[in-house]
Design a protein around this ligand. Sequence first.
Ligand SMILES: Nc1ncnc2c1ncn2[C@@H]1O[C@H](COP(=O)(O)OP(=O)(O)OP(=O)(O)O)[C@@H](O)[C@H]1O
Ligand SMILES: [Mg+2]
Length: 449
Amino acid sequence: MSRNSSLQKRLGIGLTLGATVLWLLGVAASGLVAQHEMNEVFDSALEETAQRILPLAVTDILNRESNTGNRTAPALKEHDEYLTYVVRDRQGNLLLQSHDADPGIFAALPREGFTNTSTHRIYGASAVSDTLYIEVAEPLAHRREAALEAGIALLVPLFVLIPVSLFGIWWVVRLSLRPVIEFQHSIEARGASDLSPVNKDRLPEEFEPTAVAVNRLLERLNRALDAERSFTANSAHELRTPLATALAKVQRLKTQLEDQHLKKNVVEVEQALRGLSTLSGKLLELAKAEGGGALSQQPHDLVPILAMISRDFEPLAPGRIRLTVPDHKVNSLLDPDAFAILARNLIENAMKHGSVQQPVDVIMTDDGRMRVCNGGDIVPPDQLAVLRNRFSRHDTRAAGSGLGLAIADAIASGAGMTLHLRSPATGRADGFEVELNVTDAGRNPGPCT
Ligand SMILES: Nc1ncnc2c1ncn2[C@@H]1O[C@H](COP(=O)(O)OP(=O)(O)OP(=O)(O)O)[C@@H](O)[C@H]1O
Ligand SMILES: [Mg+2]
C-alpha cells in the first residue's frame, strides 16, 4: 500500500480484515466449545439409550424358549439407525442386535464404558451379574457432521459482516473526514493573494493543530508580504520627489550648457533619471496591485475607460491603435483605476514591443472579453511562461524594467480574473496577444476586495 493511499481505504480494509480475523478466531473458539458440549450430550444420550434398552433386551433374551430365537430386534417401521446396538454374553456370542447393527464394528469381547473405534463411538453396559452386555454404537461421522453444520452456521454471518463492515467503515470515515476535506478545499479554492486565516471550527480535534499551524504560517506570510509591499511603496514614493527635482535641475543644466560633449553627457543623465522615475512609478503600481483593492463595490462600465486610454496613446503613433468596443456598456466589478493601470500597461507593451509597421488591436467584446494584439516576433513558449514574473523581459530593444505584465497579472488575479498570454496572436502568424475577461472580476473574490 502506497504511503499516500487514502485513509478511508486503509481504515476500511484494515478494520474489516481485523474484524474478519477476530470473527474467525471467535468461530474457531465457539466451535471447539460447541463440539465439546455436543460430545457430552451425545455421550449422555448414548449412555441413556444403553441403560434403557438393556432391561428390555435382557427380558427378551431370558424369555426365549430356545437359544436359537430371532437375534435381530424387529423394526416397527423402515428407518435409518443413528444408534445401533448388540447384546452379547461375556464370551462375545451375539444374543440380540438392532436391525441395522453391524457386529463387525464391535470388539471381539464386550467392554463396559466408552470406547472409540476409527468409525464409531461405543458405550457398553452389563447386567445379570456381568453375563449379558449391551453395546450401543454411534457413527463418528454423525458427530462430525453436527460440528460442521454448527461451524458453518457461525461462518455464514461473515458473508454479511464483510460487505456491511466495509461499507459502514467507509461511510463513517467519509462522514468524519468531511470537515477535513472542506478544510482542504477552502485552502485550495483561495487565490494566491488570499492569506486570510482558514476556518477551523468544524475540524476534528486531531486536525486542529494543523489548522493552527497553517493559520500561523499564513499570518507570518501576510505580515512579510505586507512589509515588503509597504517598503516598496514607501521607497518608490520617497524617490519620486528627489527624482523629479534632480530631473528638473538636469534639464535646466542642459539648456545652460554650450559644450556639445558635456550636453551629450547631461542628456544621458537625464535619460537615466527618466528611467528611474518610470521604474519608481511602476514599483508603486505593483505594490498597489499586490496590496489588493482591485475590486469595487459597484459595477462600472469599462468601455469609456478603455477608449480614453487608447486615445492617450494616439499621439505617440497616430492611427496605429485599432480600437473595437461594443456600443453598449460592459459592466464589471473591476475597480476603474485598477483597470486603467492594467489596460495602460498592456497597450504600452503592444506599442513598445510590437512591430511598428503593424497595427495594435485593442478589442473589447459584448461578453467582456478584452484582447490586446500586436505584430512582431514570436515569443517562444518557455519565455512566454515566465514573462509575467517581476523583472522578466524577453529579447527586446525597448526600454523598460520588466514590471508591466507583473502589474497586470497582480491586478487580474487580485480580482479573480485570468490573464492569458499568447504568441503568435490569434488569427496572425506572428505577434503577441493578451486576453482576459473583465466580467470574471469578483466571481471568485479573494480578501483583496
Ligand atoms: N505586446 C508585446 N509584444 C511582444 N512582447 C511583449 C509584449 N508585452 C510584453 N512583451 C515581452 O514581455 C516582457 C515583459 O513585459 P513587461 O511589460 O513586464 O516589461 P517591459 O515592458 O519590458 O517593462 P515595463 O513594462 O516595466 O516598462 C517584455 O520585455 C517583452 O519582451
Ligand atoms: Mg511593459
